[in-house]
Design a protein around this ligand. Structure first.
Ligand code: ADP
Ligand code: ZN
Ligand code: ZN
Length: 701
């Protein structure tokens, strides 16, 4: 007698939302078992899925036998399978793609015998329960209160803690309390970037290795070798690893004892996957915590507006508990928050990139042996046109959005409603001929800076040294590390860079941080641009004057300079007083009025084709066909528009925004609409379409 099994395998992304395939097996295998199965001419990894016998998909397939069972591994748990099912459904991808992408790549390549050999490797020395965990720092009153709240309430929690308020110590404390209470409990701690994992791992090892063994802490991120990733995954899956530290991918780690999930810097856009299944690891953390009864702690000094909104008082509908740590502790407290200075660029002569005030401040610092960090607006903001004389901007007459300048056909297009016009010859308000993209041109900035600093000497009589750190300068392996080492070693006096230099690095001698051209983000077609700018500037400000001893020995002061044409903009007012809640409240009011997230829910469909006409035609046809679907009236589908970067390698790209006041309505619509999109694609008039994909809760619009 043989058994029939549903098995999930990796299916091509565009084969539709195919479910599990049916295979035969001589033995009954429990759901979650990893198997090797034939697929076409290949053999591939699959996961036995919990599907009732009568629901098995048997249409038109000859059932082939399972080729092998990875017998040494305990099956994946039901909670893990629920997480994967939910993510696939919510983010509109196939179950197989999400399930298999969530497993370490090497698992796909190993046969049962090879895996058995891996599993037999000698185990590390057992933890020593007689050794006490090294004592952490004595908690401050704020930290103690937060830890008490974490113990008493189910969460989810949003820890709103100033930079330097000691959030990491709270994480360590919460993990330790859990491990000591429950001998099989596991904790997942996520950080937004690979570069941040080594220092975190060091702190966790220092605290937990003496008592729980070095193997109790593992890392999980894409910078590890396939063998390391498999090792970490197996340790988490077997329960041997008590703590998993990782980037967004670690949200899918199999952790049978999971009881605590910490998402540090929860506002960071890196938690959203930007290709394939475009999941948000932060949002999945909240789902997973709720499913598995694990506590979820989101932490940030500048929370995402979504999380801030979710943590409003429960009487107003808030679902997260907000915890506050406003005060900096330890060394950070003495340094204080840097003074924020705004330079009004309207008072500078036309075309000024570096104001004279800023230049002399930078020269003074360098001459005293201090370091300066010059911070560029990151590229890639959709360009909005503005008039230098009267301040006119390319607003959309129909939306609370700015129209984007498309260089290719010299048009202004609203990415929200699609309204399009040719670029006017002159400013519609004052007739000025000089209208230009806002916040443009950073390419030559480094050269200009070199010129301005060319006469400045360091205390040792050497000329000032300028270095640039950005995606281009750090492409080579190890380049970032060596550049950072030069900054730490005092070889660099002025560091120029994009947001890469704002995150986490502890440069002891930086006393001045300057944002040169942040205005582009104030008036962007992307409604999240101000939120990202504020977080970035707060973080950048946190780089100035961190070392209180150095600053006072220098008789110096940490300062953040902002050059802007809009010095009284509420964003900069809030920055000056380091007041995130004021900023968040103003932003949320604007969003509520405009019906933007978190007061509405969005999805973006992107299409690629040889021509814009085909890409947009596909989206518009699918949208029209979607009007028939149940509940379609609750879901607004805007016109297709070209993407901001509309052509890449001769492929034309278009997008369409879909919006609903109800998350459930949007989800219901998208689920039904998949079939419509596939059918539309198959129609002859859309032959030139190359690919399309849905992005649910998109971060970049
Ligand atoms: P955050 O992650 O909130 O920015 P950190 O956890 O990095 O802050 O803590 C900032 C600094 O304060 C660190 O140097 C840390 O060692 C120190 N610190 C944290 N908690 C305490 C405490 N309870 N007592 C003394 N120093 C502390
Ligand atoms: Zn004008
Ligand atoms: Zn519009």
């Amino acid at each position: 007698m043989h058994h029939r099994l549903a098995v999930v395998v990796q299916t091509p992304a565009h084969s539709g939302l195919s479910g599990p395939l049916t295979y035969q097996s001589p033995e009954a295998l429990p759901p979650g078992t990893l198997v090797r199965v034939p697929l076409g001419k290949r053999e591939t990894l699959g996961v036995v899925w919990p599907v009732a016998e009568q629901d098995l998909d048997t249409e038109g397939v000859t059932e082939r036998p399972v080729a092998g069972v990875l017998a040494g591994l305990p099956p994946l748990g039901p909670a893990w399978m629920r997480l994967v099912s939910f993510a696939a459904r919510y983010y509109q991808r196939s179950l197989g793609e999400v399930a298999l992408a969530s497993l370490p790549p090497q698992l796909r390549e190993l046969g049962p015998e090879q895996l058995a050999r891996r599993l037999k490797r000698p185990q590390a020395a057992a933890p020593d329960p007689a050794t006490p965990t090294p004592a952490g720092l004595a908690l401050t009153a704020e930290q103690a209160e937060v830890c008490a709240q974490l113990e008493q309430h189910p969460g989810p929690f949003l820890l709103f803690g100033a930079t330097g308020s000691g959030k990491t110590e709270v994480y360590l404390h919460a993990v330790q309390a859990l491990l000591e209470r429950d001998p099989s409990a596991q904790a997942l701690i996520m950080v937004p970037e690979i570069n941040l994992t080594p220092q975190l791992e060091e702190r966790f090892q220092a605290r937990f290795a003496p008592r729980w063994g070095v193997q109790a802490v593992v890392s999980m991120h894409s910078g590890m070798t396939p063998a390391q990733r498999l090792k970490s995954w197996l340790a988490a899956h077997s329960g041997q690893a008590r703590m998993v530290l990782g980037t967004r991918m670690s949200i899918f780690a199999s952790m049978p004892g999971l009881q605590l999930i910490i998402v540090d810097e929860e506002h960071d856009p890196s938690y959203k996957q930007q290709e394939g299944a475009r999941y948000s690891a932060r949002d999945l953390a909240v789902y997973r915590g709720q499913q598995e009864g694990a506590k979820v702690l989101l932490g940030s000094a500048t929370p995402s507006l979504e999380s801030w909104h979710h943590s409003r008082p429960s009487a107003e509908g808030g679902r997260y508990q907000r915890l506050l740590m406003p005060t900096r502790v330890g060394a950070a407290a003495d340094a204080g928050l840097p003074r924020v200075r705004r330079v009004d660029m309207n008072r500078q002569s036309k075309g000024t990139v570096f104001s004279p005030q800023l230049v002399s401040a930078m020269q003074e610092r360098v001459a005293r042996g201090e370091q300066v960090m010059v911070f560029l607006n990151r590229r890639g903001y959709a360009p909005v046109l503005h008039c230098n004389d009267c301040g006119w901007k390319s607003e959309c007459p129909h939306c609370s959005a700015f129209r984007v300048f498309h260089r290719i056909d010299r048009t202004l297009r609203c990415h929200h409603c699609g309204f399009t016009q040719a670029v006017p010859r002159a400013c519609p308000d004052c007739g000025n001929l000089d209208i230009a993209p806002l916040g443009r041109g950073t390419e030559r900035l480094e050269e200009q800076l070199a010129e301005l600093m060319s006469e400045t000497l360091r205390p040792d009589g050497q000329p000032a040294r300028i270095a640039r750190i950005d995606a281009d300068s750090t492409r080579a392996k190890g380049a970032l590390e060596s550049q950072l080492a030069q900054v730490h070693g005092g070889e660099v006096d002025v560091l120029v860079g994009t947001q890469m230099i704002a995150k986490g690095h502890d440069f002891r001698r930086v006393t001045l941080v300057a944002a040169i051209n942040p205005d582009g983000a104030l008036f962007s077609s992307d409604f999240r641009a101000p939120e990202r700018l504020f977080a970035l500037l707060m973080q950048a400000a946190g780089r100035a004057g961190r070392d209180a001893a150095f600053v006072s020995a220098q008789k110096s002061e940490g300062e953040m300079w902002v050059q802007t044409f809009y010095p009284t903009h509420p964003l900069f007012e809030a920055l000056k007083t380091h007041d995130y809640p004021a900023f968040a409240q103003a932003q949320l009011e604007e969003r509520e009025q405009a019906g933007m997230p978190p007061f509405s829910f969005q999805a973006l469909v992107r299409a690629e084709a040889r021509t814009q006409a085909v890409a947009q035609g596909f989206l518009n046809s699918a949208s029209a066909a979607g009007a028939e679907l149940e509940g379609a009236s609750q879901v607004f589908r805007f016109s297709a528009v070209p993407m901001t970067i509309q052509r890449v390698a001769n492929i034309e790209r278009a997008q369409m925004l879909i919006e609903s006041p109800s998350r459930a309505a949007l989800q219901r619509f998208l689920a039904q609409w998949q079939a419509v999109l596939h059918a539309t694609r198959a129609a002859p008039e859309h032959k030139g379409l190359i690919r399309w994909a849905v992005d649910v809760d998109p971060l970049l619009i």
